[in-house]
Design a protein around this ligand. Sequence first.
Ligand code: IYR
Length: 286
Amino acid sequence: MEVEAFLNSSKLLQHWPSCLVGLLLVLVIKYIVRKRKDSSKQDGTVRDEDVATEFEEVADDDLQPALEEKPHVQFVPGQTLNPKGAQRFYELVCGRRSIRSFSALPKPSLSVIEECIRAAGTAPSGAHTEPWTFCVVEESGVKQSVRWIVEHEEQINYNKRMHPQWVTDLRPLQTSHVKPYLTDAPYLILIFKQTYGTTKEGRRKTHYYNEISTSISAGILLCALQAAGLSSLVTTPLNCGPALRELLQRPENEKLLILLAVGYPSDDCKVPDLERKRLDEIMVKY
Ligand code: IYR
């Protein structure tokens, strides 16, 4: 055995010049790739963080769109709420508040939640990739697990990860790491962005602007819930994504974007006394 080991090591010694050449080659290739990336940054070709850069290597002639290529069809305008649609919509959404005190009963029917998610699924998305998954949790054991995960992480967030200024800024909202709404609310909706997908042929499909697309659909969901007479709370629990993804056994391409608590407010539900910016503070005319 010892002789064999010696022979092997002496073989390595014999081949050290080719090993060195191989190593140098790898370093040179890495250097060239980095240089190319840097120069594309400098000449301004890649400016936006959201621009997709990860693609499978396919010859240009073999590229296929992820969507089926078919003739466009006549656009039929959808139903509108005119003539007072905009004003009525404003009045509807203006009444929305994030609440942190839910009543377990009455429990809204699942079909209403489904209808709201159906509305959320109409959101526009990058290259019509529809990069979202809505996980609806109503089972109390799962809600309890979500609460454990979130409260555990939020305790660390409030004590260590969040800057003292951040914690101070939250004081008027009276939030803390304790989150009874995660078990009181009849429904939790965990919204995952799909960072990529898979084509019918099993190839990796790029989900352009998946975070923006999913956020737009979350906005539509909030409006739909409000239209259905339900209250909601938007939370973005820091550092909880991986554990919650695992709990719900979501695939690796899905990342938690937003966690919503949904239901009716408790009778004694209180909200911060907030004001909203006026139109002239948020709109600029040109
Ligand atoms: N995610 C924490 C902290 C928090 C952060 C922001 I920004 C808020 O607007 C509210 C809360 C929590 O949910 O308590």
